[in-house]
Ligand binder design. Sequence first.
Ligand SMILES: [Fe+2]
Length: 368
Amino acid sequence: MNIQSIKPSEKGLEVFWDDSDKSCFPWFWLRDHSESGVDLHPDTLQRQIDSFSAPLDNTVSKVWLDDGMENVYIKWQDDSSSLLSTSLLERMSKPALPQLSTIDSAELWNSADKINLFPEMQYEQLMDDENGISLWLEHVKRAGFILVRSSPATAEATKKLMERISYLRNSIFGEFSVWDNKKINPDDTAYTSEEIELHTDSTYVHDAPGLQTLHCLQKDSRGGENQLVDGMAIAELMRREFPQAFNILCKVQVPGRYIRPDAYLETHRPVFRVNNDGEIIQVSFNNHDRAPFRLEHDEMESFYEAYGIFHRLAHDKERHFEFLLEPGNILTFDNWRLLHGRSALTGYRQLCGGYHNREDFESLIRLS
Ligand SMILES: [Fe+2]
């Protein structure tokens, strides 16, 4: 979209676009969003103009568009000036509430055979190739997970892979953990041999990790199959087939908690977090970590019914991608989209892994 012409009016600057649309930018907004080297730091892109300490005289002396139609210049009565690029004006042409966005290229799957292209790549390709990260990212965006194969079966190689993606996120379990299923006095079922129901991690922290990475370093065990299920696909199915239950899971704030002698973490989130357009941004579900809460009788009943539908759909084996974590295969998945679980096991298994923040995952997407 290009600017065809501009026209100052009392309310603001009217911009006429070549698709016959029109925007009217308020004068104060234009001054506040000026991108001149004085108003916006040229290196850090941080706002320098102080729009609020002293009243600004936003009377316009002159406004014009440069010959290349790339920037709009405004000269104000108080002798200061503003510059706004046409690309910023184009991006802001329609007023909209700021909101989190969904991942455009996500291909939701309701069973493993619906995953079009299996998301896998070689360790060396990710670590050494120039486009290794973009390929890795394409898979995670599309399928919600990736298996990186032929990695050395060491904690160091796993950490190196994670650092290739972004810095690691610290958590109550530390920045990067190596654990096995023989821990004495375990403080999480992850450190046991018990079955772990399908869940998302960290329903008890305000911003659950965006990505989780797991690598099995040693395995002398039977069972312990891992399951992944696309929670966002279930949400979309419920929106279509169980609209009432879907709405309940969008509204009811479900508390999650994690308790051990030195920590008591708790927060709450709906199972389906949606943006202003009703798009699903995040799925949060952890029945193990659900904290006690009680609603009015009817609401509680409706909640249990809706939560039960999600639980049933998530635990339907037809919907699962089931596999065994093997030494050398590093799994990373989108913890805002996929649920993960594990069958009970016997024998010994050692794992390692950690988290990345959601914003760092999104940053990679923006830069790709
Ligand atoms: Fe988990």
